[in-house]
Write a protein that binds this ligand. Structure first.
Ligand code: AP5
Length: 216
């Protein structure tokens, strides 16, 4: 199963990719999460990415392409993978095609999770994440059992630095300028499956499963 999750910030790509990864036993590869870890750990990639991420801008393609190619070279990706947040523009889509042609085989499906802009802003405002294990919650739609603490590892939950309202507006603009065009790109290649991400989380998961069908 080689799948890309595509959609605007806050659409629920990460939430759904994490669920499907558990159900299907394949790794969930989020470039946002990889980059945030690099920033936390102060690696050379993290130091270069930090400023771009804080502004809501894209990190340069060559850096992200290399990160993904290295991750896809690890043995567990041989079983398949769910990419979340990559590719984000046509140049990254072509870089991914080259890596897959060398090592894995073509994509099976692209799941496009679409959500109204007003809902995106509300979702991002209510998001809380675990800095230790990466679990994602929402104060209303998916509250943790103990308010403010992670269900999985007990760590204190935090708000992402780039979830501040001004940065969210920039991230939405960057999405519309760069990434939205990939919907057509993958539609033309017969890979796109649309999912209504405005629905409750469980219903979205059922819709994603329907789009993935027997992709394995
Ligand atoms: P990244 O982390 O990829 O951010 P994003 O694409 O903006 O997506 P989000 O993580 O905000 O949203 P999501 O769709 O995963 O939603 P979630 O499931 O959390 O990227 C961050 C930054 O890294 C970028 O701005 C860029 O700088 C850099 N970057 C990353 N990839 C890059 C690349 N390829 N190239 C260059 N730069 C790159 O859900 C949101 C909230 O809603 C949660 O609280 C959740 O609990 C809740 N929720 C989810 N589904 C539902 C539902 N159905 N109903 C109600 N609530 C829901």
């Amino acid at each position: 199963m080689r799948v890309v999750f595509l959609g605007p910030p806050g659409a629920g790509k990460g939430t759904q990719a994490a669920r499907i990864a558990r159900l299907r036993g394949v790794p969930h590869l989020s470039t946002g999460e990889m980059l945030r870890r690099a920033v936390r750990e102060g690696t050379p990639v993290g130091l270069q990415a930090k400023g771009h991420m804080e502004r809501g801008a894209l990190v340069p393609d060559d850096m992200v392409d290399r990160l993904v190619a290295e991750r896809l070279a690890l043995p567990d990706a041989g079983r398949g993978f769910l990419l979340d947040g990559y590719p984000r523009n046509p140049a990254q889509a072509r870089a991914l095609e080259q890596v897959l042609a060398r090592r894995h085989g073509p994509l099976d499906r692209v799941v496009y999770v679409h959500v109204d802009d007003d809902t995106l802003v509300e979702r991002i405002a209510g998001r809380r994440g675990c800095p230790k294990c990466g679990a994602v919650f929402h104060v209303a739609a998916r509250p943790p059992k103990k308010p403010g603490f992670c269900d999985s590892c007990g760590s204190a939950l935090v708000q992402r630095a780039d979830d501040a309202e001004a940065v969210v507006r920039d991230r939405l603009r960057v999405y519309h300028d760069n990434t939205a065009g990939l919907v057509r790109y993958y539609e033309e290649r017969g890979l796109l499956g649309r999912v209504d991400g405005n629905l409750p989380i469980d219903e979205v998961t059922h819709a994603v499963e329907a789009v993935l069908g027997s992709a394995a």
